[in-house]
Every structure is written in structure tokens, then in C-alpha cells.
Design a protein around this ligand. Structure first.
Ligand code: GLP
Length: 257
């Protein structure tokens, strides 16, 4: 694991973009795993900027998103499908048939989840998976207590997560109670992981994920077992990490773990 500490959100986003762009240039038909939430928006802005300014080409890229709320149509402005269109897909030259998101309106959710896993497998697996982290240590919608070997499935959202995500809805009553999410095992199959975190609200989760015991109570702690993981955190999100960091804040500091 490589923990990369950056001063602020902007620097965190640009660092993540450098990794994505490097992999994309080496493999133009890469399979990219994408995340939603507020955290990766800066990364997506940077990718859009590089597409517009430098012609960064997404025409051969295939994407798989981590998760989607159950019961929200793709037109709902809080569906993750809508989010991805607004924040990335509408602004780059990705081909519609190469985009994959869990279908929150699927009639047979179990069947859909099996199909999603199979599509990832048929695409050759995910080359690089972008991850955010919930304040309770969840990744995608794998809440505390998730099986560390889990595959794509329906999950009940915790009250904690529904409260955290209520800021995007008119009230907490509108936050769906279920989601379809890639499993922890599905995420771990990706060849590389890039986990992003910013803000003091993520400090406990980052400490537990990077330095805590490996436990399903903090699903993100599984990344300690991944062979190629980058954690990119800003000053506040990394503020509870222990270890022998330099005393002064650094524009870029890497800690190998
Ligand atoms: C949601 C998503 C996660 C995301 C998390 C953090 O629960 N399912 O994939 O990492 O929120 O969101 P934010 O980046 O807005 O803090």
C-alpha cells in the first residue's frame, strides 16, 4: 500500500488523475472502476479538463461503477447513473455501450448482480478501481459487517450512511434504504485500487482502514491485503494516522506500507 498525503482536496484530485491518466495512456482500452459521492468529483473534473485541453481519449475505455441506489430511476437526480453523466460521462468521449452501472430498477436483483459480475469478468476484470470511503469505513455500499469475500449484491444501508448521504436529498426519508453494490471481494479483484479521502470527517475511517485491524467492521481495512493500493488523503483526512511523518506539512509525502 502506498499512502500519499496531499495538502488539500485539489492536490489529492490531481494526484489521482495522474495515476488514472498514466494507466490510460499505457492501456487505452483499460477497464476503469468508478465511484460516486463528493470525493471523486475533483478527479473527474481534472479528467474532463485533460480530455478538453489535451485530447485525453476515452473512446476505448470500459467503465464499471461501484454501486447504485435501489428504486431510483436513472433520471432521478440523486441516482448514481445521473451523477456519473453530470460529472463525467457527458463531458468525455466515452462510448455509451462501454458504460456499466448497477441497475437500481432491476426486477430480479439477484440475477442482475450475477450478470454484472459476469460482465466485469468478460471485460477482463477491472484494471483500476477508484474508491471513496464512508465515515464508518464503508467502501462502495459495503457497510460495516459486510463479508470480506462478498460479491455484487443488494445491501441494506445503515442509518449512519443514510444520514451521511441525506445532504444530497430533501430529507432523510427520501434516502433509499437499499443499494446494489459491488462486493468487497469484487473490489479486491481489481488489479489496482485508488482510495481517495478528504476532510476531517474521514479521519477515523482512514486511520481504521490504513492502520487498524483487518475487520469486516471496517470494510475498507481489506485494502491492507491488496497488492497494489494507493490511498490518497488530504491533510484533514490523514490527521489521525500515526507513524513517523515529518513534522511539517508536505505537499506530497508518501508512506509505504
Ligand atoms: C456513498 C458511496 C460510496 C462513497 C461514500 C462517500 O456511500 N456509496 O461509494 O465512497 O458515499 O461519499 P462522499 O465522497 O460524498 O463522502
Amino acid at each position: 500500500m502506498l499512502v500519499i498525503l496531499k495538502d488539500d482536496y485539489d492536490a489529492m484530485s490531481k494526484e489521482a488523475a495522474l495515476i488514472v491518466v498514466d494507466r490510460l495512456r499505457k492501456k487505452p482500452n483499460m477497464v476503469l472502476g468508478l465511484a460516486t459521492g463528493s470525493t471523486p468529483i475533483g478527479l473527474y473534473k481534472e479528467l474532463i479538463r485533460m480530455h478538453v485541453d489535451e485530447g485525453l481519449d476515452f473512446s476505448k475505455v470500459t467503465t464499471f461503477n461501484l454501486d447504485e441506489y435501489v428504486g431510483l430511476s436513472p433520471c432521478h437526480d440523486q441516482s448514481y447513473q445521473y451523477f456519473m453523466k453530470q460529472n463525467l460521462f457527458n463531458h468525455i468521449n466515452i462510448q455509451a455501450q462501454n458504460i456499466h452501472l448497477p441497475d437500481g430498477m432491476a426486477n430480479d436483483i439477484d440475477h442482475f448482480c450475477d450478470w454484472y459480475e459476469e460482465e466485469i469478468r468478460k471485460a477482463g476484470g477491472i484494471d483500476l478501481q477508484i474508491l471513496g470511503i464512508g465515515p464508518n469505513g464503508h467502501i462502495a455500499f459495503n457497510e460495516p459487517g459486510s463479508s470480506l469475500g462478498s460479491r455484487t449484491r443488494i445491501k441494506t444501508l445503515t442509518e449512519n450512511t443514510r444520514k451521511a448521504n441525506a445532504r444530497f436529498f430533501k430529507s432523510i426519508n427520501e434516502v433509499p434504504k437499499y443499494a446494489i453494490t459491488m462486493g468487497v471481494g469484487t473490489i479486491m479483484d481489481a488489479k489496482e485500487l485508488v482510495l481517495l479521502a478528504n476532510g476531517a470527517g474521514k479521519a477515523d475511517a482512514i486511520k481504521a482502514a490504513v492502520e487498524g485491524p483487518l475487520t469486516g467492521q471496517c470494510p475498507a481495512s481489506i485494502i491492507q491485503l491488496h497488492r497494489k493500493t494507493f490511498v490518497i488523503a488530504d491533510h484533514d483526512a490523514s490527521s489521525k494516522l500515526s507513524g513517523s511523518y515529518p513534522g511539517t506539512w508536505r505537499s506530497s509525502f508518501m508512506l509505504e506500507r
